[in-house]
Design a protein around this ligand. Structure first.
Ligand code: ATP
Length: 241
């Protein structure tokens, strides 16, 4: 499948989502910068020119919506493993879709989907990784962030891009056959908050508890005074407490 590149775009996810019938499985679009980069729930993703690895990949699943939660966890595992294979250390995952380095946010994953005829589901998987963020952007962000430049002076972006594209294609094919179960051991190894005190932000509500990892479907488990509660994702954010 082709890999497209461009210098400036609104959002690679948005561009691919707008023309879903045009792409083959595994087809990618990489950009140097996004003028309207997004996180979850419309939050902004900052990507000053040349400071990022930004990519979206198209895929199609037979039973998309039910599998989608597990899929974004598997993608996180794939990206971390690709980075570890390049020698980066101190990486971890924060449920459901963020990658951390030295416990600061390094990368975000945004999986968007659209139902299609015949029960098919189109997916666009966006990945944004900080390579080398300018100091003023780091200072302005409302949460601590990390970039790969902390560990490597010169980043080979072509090599990194190839490794991530390869890892994602392989992961999506494996996920189609085996689902999340093939990724659970690795997820557990990388899960940042395992057995630690956390707070769950759910609208105006804040729920405190001990983070207990995920279940086989990728739902988050939290132990509070009343026992183990399960969170299905979507509208919640997890923070250290
Ligand atoms: P959660 O997914 O737990 O709700 P989040 O608040 O980090 O976490 P996302 O939607 O994943 O939300 O990402 C958007 C947020 O990420 C922004 O609100 C900002 O705090 C932060 N952010 C934006 N750009 C960057 C960047 N380049 N590097 C690190 N963090 C960033």
């Amino acid at each position: 499948a082709p890999v497209h590149t461009c210098a400036v775009i609104g959002s690679t996810n948005q561009y691919m989502m707008a023309q879903l019938d045009r792409w083959q499985k595994g087809e990618c679009l990489l950009a140097e910068t996004q003028t309207a980069g997004r996180g979850r729930r419309g939050r902004q993703w900052h990507s000053p020119f040349g400071s990022q690895f930004i990519m979206s990949m198209y895929w199609r699943l037979d039973d998309g919506p039910s599998a989608a939660m597990g899929l974004s966890l598997a993608i996180g595992v794939a990206v971390v493993r690709a980075l570890e294979a390049q020698g980066y250390q101190g990486l971890s995952l924060k449920w459901p879709n963020d990658i951390y380095m030295a416990r600061r946010k390094l990368a975000g994953i945004l999986v968007e989907m659209s139902a299609a005829v015949g029960g098919l589901c189109h997916l666009v998987i966006g990945v944004g990784i900080n390579l080398n963020l300018p100091d003023d952007v780091i200072a302005r962000l409302d949460q601590p962030c990390a970039h790969l430049a902390e560990q490597t002076a010169a980043i080979d972006r072509n090599k990194l891009s190839a490794a991530i594209i390869h890892a994602l294609r392989e992961t999506l094919a494996l996920f189609e056959q085996q689902g999340l179960s093939a990724f659970l051991t690795e997820w557990n190894r990388l899960d940042m908050f395992m057995q630690q005190p956390v707070k769950v932000l759910l609208g105006d509500q804040i729920i405190h508890g001990t983070y207990c990892g995920i279940d086989g479907q990728g739902n988050m488990l939290l132990q509070d005074g009343n026992g183990i509660r399960k969170f299905v994702g979507g509208e919640i954010s997890l923070r250290a407490d």
